[in-house]
Design a protein around this ligand. Structure first.
Ligand code: MSP
Length: 515
């Protein structure tokens, strides 16, 4: 499969330090991007930061900084986190960059030039939540003491009136419903799709898309005093990243429309209603798919600054290292559902799947090749049980591929784990350590096991890239033979391949120890 593949994360607000939810989104999207590359697809993976809006202005003021200084400081923290998580993004976009200003202003011009008159001037009055940067309908609010009103997120809203440009979203109801019907895979998971379809069916109101009450945003072309509503600015990052407005660029022609936007469930309306409508209005093709993942809690509780239980990814990385953190995100949480970050579950998962299952199998089989065959992969004369485990490996990796096609990441990692369980069972049943008197049979078992480790390690690269690379190094697999096709080819490792001394790849953690 060589179709190009363009995948993005949401761009986070850099008004604070990144937390484990941001890490989770980057890691899951990274696994998807790396899987596409494993299949040999030309892949472009974009992440970044969403730097405008009133919230940035307020947070900066509270810290005695300019919004620009705050954005510079925290955007760097997001990049640093991406690097520690081994995120393979091809680009990192900041909405304060010149390329993005040009792109957003061109989007606006095209929407305004649309013959439907999609952008018009009026005044806006309504219940506005600064924290959500969104207006809410009275029916969505809950009442608090003293007439205070709150948005569904729990943030307080206030009544705001300002001159504003509007986007004629109401004109897009049928077009969106038609788009959903023609593209049944556009919104995932399925439950989310149903929610959005009924939301759009219930009717769409025009959207206020400019602000005059602050200036930390992208100016509306030809309308002094107006800056763009932060969501037009933010959503457009995806097409800026692809090279827009230069539609003749190689990148744009290869990668737009995007194949997949990975986002959290709280911002699905923006991505599946507003964003395709903006693009249709500008005469540009909408993305192919939006996948909404769930939220992570911390030891079973919602993460919040006031509870002081926000999980700091840097702390987790210091304690456990990159690949165990990644593995937990990809294996423990069903992608699309909520999940929990819990210390004990983390340690058990890492020990069971990585150290005991994967690590031991590799270490035991490779040390025996060193000891009994001087580090040279033995010849094989495979019989039924050997052929069966190789066949099982290929079948498991094929199922991983199928799961990854629809972003069932947890299914793919579960398949990998079952495969390693089966391989451990094969190794235990064949008991090569007892075959000192039958070296050809011992050699067959060891070479077969090493080959299953090779196949599994190739398929594990998107999930635990550094560890998988070390395993493949210890099997002397050349870098040109680490693609999915190599994991499912019939031939195993060539007999006579010289292997270096194996080193343990995965650490074991102790639940009883603090930290
Ligand atoms: N800036 C907007 C997105 C604009 S995209 C054009 C935004 N930023 S955010 O920083 O609040 O969130 C960034 C991403 O992190 C979102 O997809 C959000 O759903 C996700 N998460 C925020 N908290 C999370 C958890 N606790 N768990 C998992 N993901 C979470 O929204």
């Amino acid at each position: 499969m060589t179709d190009p593949f363009y995948v993005t994360t949401a761009i986070a607000y850099p008004n604070g330090e990144p937390h484990i939810g941001h890490a989770y989104e980057m890691v899951t999207t990274d696994a998807i991007a790396r899987w596409a590359r494993l299949e040999g697809r030309p892949t472009f993976f974009l992440t970044g930061t969403d730097e405008h809006g009133i919230k940035m202005v307020q947070t900066a003021a509270a810290q005695g900084l300019t919004p620009r200084e705050l954005a510079d400081r925290n955007s760097a923290r997001f990049r640093e986190m991406a690097s520690r998580l081994d995120i393979s993004n091809d680009d990192f976009i900041r909405t304060t960059e010149l390329r993005h200003y040009e792109s957003v202003q061109e989007m606006w011009r095209r929407m305004a030039a649309n013959s439907n008159g999609d952008i018009y001037e009026d005044a806006y009055e309504g219940w506005y939540s600064v924290r959500d940067e969104a207006y809410f309908d009275a029916s969505e609010l809950t009442d608090g003491e003293g007439g205070r009103k709150f948005a569904p997120s729990g943030a307080e809203v206030s009544w705001v009136r300002e001159p504003s440009y509007f986007f004629r979203l109401s004109a897009y109801q049928q077009k969106l419903l038609d788009y959903y019907a023609a593209n049944p895979d556009f919104i995932a998971p399925e439950e989310r799709r149903n929610e959005i379809v009924s939301f759009v069916r219930s009717g769409l109101r025009d959207l206020s898309i400019s602000r005059t009450t602050f200036d930390w945003g992208i100016p509306v072309p030809g309308a002094p005093g107006h800056v763009m509503y932060v969501w037009i600015d933010a959503l457009t990052n995806y097409i800026t990243g692809a090279g827009f407005p230069d539609e003749s660029s190689e990148r744009y022609r290869t990668f737009w429309p995007a194949d997949l936007h990975v986002i959290g469930k709280d911002i699905i309306r923006f991505h599946t209603v507003y964003w395709p409508a903006f693009l249709m209005s500008a005469g540009l093709p909408p993305p192919r798919r939006v996948f909404a993942h769930g939220f992570l809690t911390s030891e079973g509780k919602k993460m919040s600054k006031s509870l002081g239980n926000v999980v700091d990814p840097h702390e987790q990385l210091d304690l456990y290292g990159t690949d165990p953190v990644r593995w937990y995100c990809l294996r423990e949480v069903s992608f699309g559902q909520d999940g929990d970050w819990g210390r004990e579950k983390f340690i058990n998962r890492s020990n069971a799947d990585l150290a005991n299952n994967f690590g031991n199998l590799a270490q035991r089989s490779l040390s025996m090749i060193q000891k009994n065959f001087a580090g040279s992969v033995p010849e094989t004369a495979q019989t039924a049980p050997d052929l069966a485990i190789v066949g099982a490996a290929i079948a498991a990796i094929e199922r991983m591929r199928e799961a990854m096609q629809t972003q069932q990441i947890h299914e793919a990692t579960a398949e990998l784990t079952s495969l390693l369980n089966a391989a451990n069972l094969y190794f235990a049943e064949q008991a090569p350590w007892g075959l000192k008197a039958d070296l050809p049979r011992m050699g067959t078992i060891l070479a077969t096991t090493a080959d299953v480790v090779r196949r599994a390690a190739i398929a594990a690269q998107p999930f635990v890239p550094a560890s998988a690379a070390r395993l493949l190094d210890s099997l002397s697999v050349p870098s040109s033979e680490r693609l999915l096709a190599d994991a499912i080819r019939p031939e195993g490792i060539a007999a006579g391949t010289i292997l270096p001394l194996p080193e343990p790849v995965f650490r074991k953690f102790d639940v009883a120890r603090a930290g």
